[in-house]
Design a protein around this ligand. Sequence first.
Ligand SMILES: Nc1nc2c(c(=O)[nH]1)N[C@H]1C(S)=C(S)[C@@H](COP(=O)(O)OP(=O)(O)OC[C@H]3O[C@@H](n4cnc5c(=O)[nH]c(N)nc54)[C@H](O)[C@@H]3O)O[C@H]1N2
Ligand SMILES: Nc1nc2c(c(=O)[nH]1)N[C@H]1C(S)=C(S)[C@@H](COP(=O)(O)OP(=O)(O)OC[C@H]3O[C@@H](n4cnc5c(=O)[nH]c(N)nc54)[C@H](O)[C@@H]3O)O[C@H]1N2
Ligand code: SF4
Ligand SMILES: [Mo]
Length: 721
Amino acid sequence: MAIPPLTNLQLIEQFGPHLNSTPSGGWQADGRPDKLINTHCCFCGQQCGITLKVRQNRVIGFEPREDFPFNEGKLCPKGVKRYLQNEHPDRLLAPLKRTDAGFIKIGWEEALDNTVTAIKRIQKEYGHDSFAMLTGASLTNEKAYLVGKFARLALKTRNLDYNGRLCMVSAAAGNKKAFGVDRAANSWSDIPLADVILVIGANVAECAPITTDYIWRARDRGAKLIMIDPRVTPLARTADLFIPVRPGGDAALMNSILNVVIARGWVDTQFIEEHTVGFNAVKEMVAKYPPEVAGPLCGVDPDLIVRAAEIWGPAKTSFLLHARGIEHHIHGVDNVLSCINLVLASGRIGRPGCGYSTITGQGNGQGAREQGGKCDQLPGTRDLGNPEHRKYIAEVWKVAENEIPTAGSSAEELMQMMHAGEIKGLLNICFNPLISLPDSNFTRQALSRLEHFTIIDFFMSETARHADIILPGSLQEEDEGTVTSAEGRVIKINKAVNPPGEARVDWHILCDIARRLGKAEYFAYQSPEEIFNELRVASKGGTSDYFGITYQKIEANDGIFWPFPALDHPGTPRLFEGGKFFHTDGKARFIPVEWAPPAESPDADYPLVLTTGRVVSQFLSGTQTRRIGSLVDQYPEPLVEIHPSLAKQLGIERNDKVKVQTRRGEVILTVSIVTTIRHDTVFIPYHWADEKSANLLTIRALDPTSKIPEFKCCACRVTRA
Ligand SMILES: Nc1nc2c(c(=O)[nH]1)N[C@H]1C(S)=C(S)[C@@H](COP(=O)(O)OP(=O)(O)OC[C@H]3O[C@@H](n4cnc5c(=O)[nH]c(N)nc54)[C@H](O)[C@@H]3O)O[C@H]1N2
Ligand SMILES: Nc1nc2c(c(=O)[nH]1)N[C@H]1C(S)=C(S)[C@@H](COP(=O)(O)OP(=O)(O)OC[C@H]3O[C@@H](n4cnc5c(=O)[nH]c(N)nc54)[C@H](O)[C@@H]3O)O[C@H]1N2
Ligand code: SF4
Ligand SMILES: [Mo]
C-alpha cells in the first residue's frame, strides 16, 4: 500500500518550522504558529488555496493548500510572498488628513465627519450625481454588494463604477451577447481533457500561472497548443503553433481561421442548427477574410492561419482561452465575439473537454461585477435599466423603485467628468486610477480638480496622495467573506488577524459613513455573513444566482459553482450542458464582426506599436507587490522590450536607456532586447508609478460597448536617451 507523502505542514509539525524559514521570509525560526487559517491568495482570479500561519495576531507564514482542488499545492511567486503585507511598515495605521504641511494623523471621528460634511455640502450645492464613487474587484462579494447598495442608497449617486472596467468588461459584454450569461463556460477541469487548446492574448505562464499546469496535463495526453500573441511568452515557447499577431489584428485573424474551418467543412452543422442562431450572417462575413486577405490586416503569414484551422478544425475536443490581449481594445467586444464564433461553429462547448473561457483577472474579477459595483448592474447581474430588475432589488432593499438611481458613467468617463468639473467629489475604495487608467497626466489633472476626495486603502497608493482624507482599511486576511474565482467557483476567504493600529475593516467604514448620512436602517449589518445572506436573496432569480449558497456549504465543498438557485442544488461547474444557453430561447447567438483598425495606427511620426501588460512578480498598479522586497528583486523596474532588428535599426544596445514617446507623454526606461517580440512592436509592463508609468503613454480611447480603454495598442516612437 502506498504511503501518502507528508504535507509541508505535517513536516513542519515533525521537524520544526526552520524547514520553511527563508532569509527573506520574515518569520523567526522560534515562531511556531498558534493558528492555521485556510483561505485564498489575495491576488489574481485563480484564487489559489493557501493556509496562513498566525502567531499572536500576526501572519508569520503560509503554506499552499495541497487539498484545495484548484491549485493542489502550487502557487506562483506572488502567492508565496503575499503574507508579507500584514506586518508591513507602510501599512496605514490611522486616518490621515491633507494639510498645507502634508498629511497629518487625525482621529476617526474627525475623519469621518470631514468626509460626510464634504459629501453633504457638495451634493447640496451640485446635486447627488456630482459625488462619484470608484471601487474595485479585489473586494469580496460582500463588500462589492455593500458598495453597490451604499452608492445607490447612501450617496444616492448614479456615478459608481469599478476597476473591472479596465479588465473584464469586454469579455462580459461579448459573453452576454453570445450566451446570455457572463461566466467561464467551463470549470478548469475540462482543460486537461481537450485535444486542442487555443490561447489568444493571454500570457498564461506569468498571469495565470496555475492554468499552465492544466494545459500541460492536456499536452501530456498529446493535446496540441496554439498560441496567438505579439510576444513569444513563456508558454508560447512550447506551443505547437505560435502566431505572432500584430496588436489590434485579432478579429481579422479569428475571422480568417473560421473562414478556412468553414471552407474545409469542419463545422458542426447539427449543433449550429439545434443550438444557435445567426450562423449564416457570420459565414457571409468571414467569407471576406480568406488568409491572403486577413494576413496583411493582422501582420501574419497566411500559411499560419491555415495551419491553425487545420489543427483546430478536425479536433474532437478543444478549449479556447483568452484574456486582456484581445480585450483591451476599442474593438475588445468584437474580438471576443470573433473567438466565440469559432467555438460555436465547431460545436465544441458544454461537453467534457469542450470549452471556452476568458481568464478572469483580479481576485474577485468575476464576483465583483455580479454584485453591483458596475455602473449599469444590480446584484445577480441584474440590469439597472430593466424595470422588473429594479423592482425586485427595491423590494430586497425595502425602498421605492424610484429611489434607486439609473445607470451612471463608466470609470474613464467619470475621470473625464472630474476633469471637466462636472464631478466635484469622490469616494474611492480599492482602485488606483492614477497608475491604471490610460493617459496618467490627464488623470492627475482630473483628480487635482476635485473639491473633496476620500479614499479607503491599506497602503498610501499614488492615487491616495491626491486625497483630502485617507481612511485606513483592511487587507484581505483581516476580514472574512467570499469571492468568485475565474472558474465561477464561489470560495470562502477566512479572517486570520485583526487590522493593525487603528485600521478598520472596510465594511465597517462604509456602514459608518452610511449611518452618518442618515441611512443607518439600510446598513445595520453585524457580520459579513449577514451581508452575504442578503446578497443571496438579492441574486435570487438573476443570472448569477447564489441563493442556495451558504458559508457552510462553501467550506464543506471547497467552493461552489453558480448558478446555485436552491439549497439542494448540485452546482454548475459546466454551463451550457446539452447545448442549452441562457438566452430565453436557449440558443447561442452568432454575431458577425468586421475587423477595423485601432484608434491610433503607426505613422511617420510614431512608427511603432506600443503594447502594455504584466510580469509574473508584480501585481496591477503595484501598490501591494512593489512593497514586497523579494518580488521587487525579481523585476525591479519596467523594461522596454524591443526586437534585436529594431534595436539595430535604432542604434540601441543592451541596457541602454531609451525614450519612448507617444502623443500623450514620454518615459525614459532601460531597454530589454529580446527575440521574443515582433519587429514592429514595443512592450512595457505597467506596474510602476510616476515617471516610470506606462500609462503616461497610453491612449484614452474606449470600446463603444464595454468602455474598456485601449491599453493594448497605440502608436509610439523609440529613441536612444
Ligand atoms: N503576474 C501577474 N498576474 C496577474 C496580474 C498581474 O498584474 N500580474 N493581473 C491579473 C489581472 S487583473 C489580469 S486582467 C490578468 C491579465 O492577464 P493577461 O491578459 O494574460 O496579461 P497581459 O500582460 O495584460 O496581456 C496578455 C498578453 O496579451 C498580449 N497582447 C498585447 N496586445 C495584443 C493583441 O493585440 N492581440 C493579442 N492576441 N495579444 C496581445 C501581450 O503580449 C501579453 O502577452 O492577469 C492577472 N494575473
Ligand atoms: N497600461 C495598462 N494599464 C492597465 C492594464 C494594462 O494591461 N495596461 N490593465 C488594467 C487591468 S486589467 C486592471 S484589473 C487595472 C487594475 O487597476 P487598479 O485599480 O490600479 O488595481 P490595483 O493595483 O488592485 O489597485 C487597487 C487599490 O486598492 C487597494 N486594495 C486592494 N485590495 C483592497 C481591499 O481589500 N480593501 C481596500 N480598502 N483596498 C484594497 C490596493 O492597495 C490598491 O491601492 O489596471 C488596468 N490598467
Ligand atoms: S497570484 Fe494568482 S496564481 Fe499566484 S498564487 Fe495568487 S492566486 Fe495563485
Ligand atoms: Mo485586470
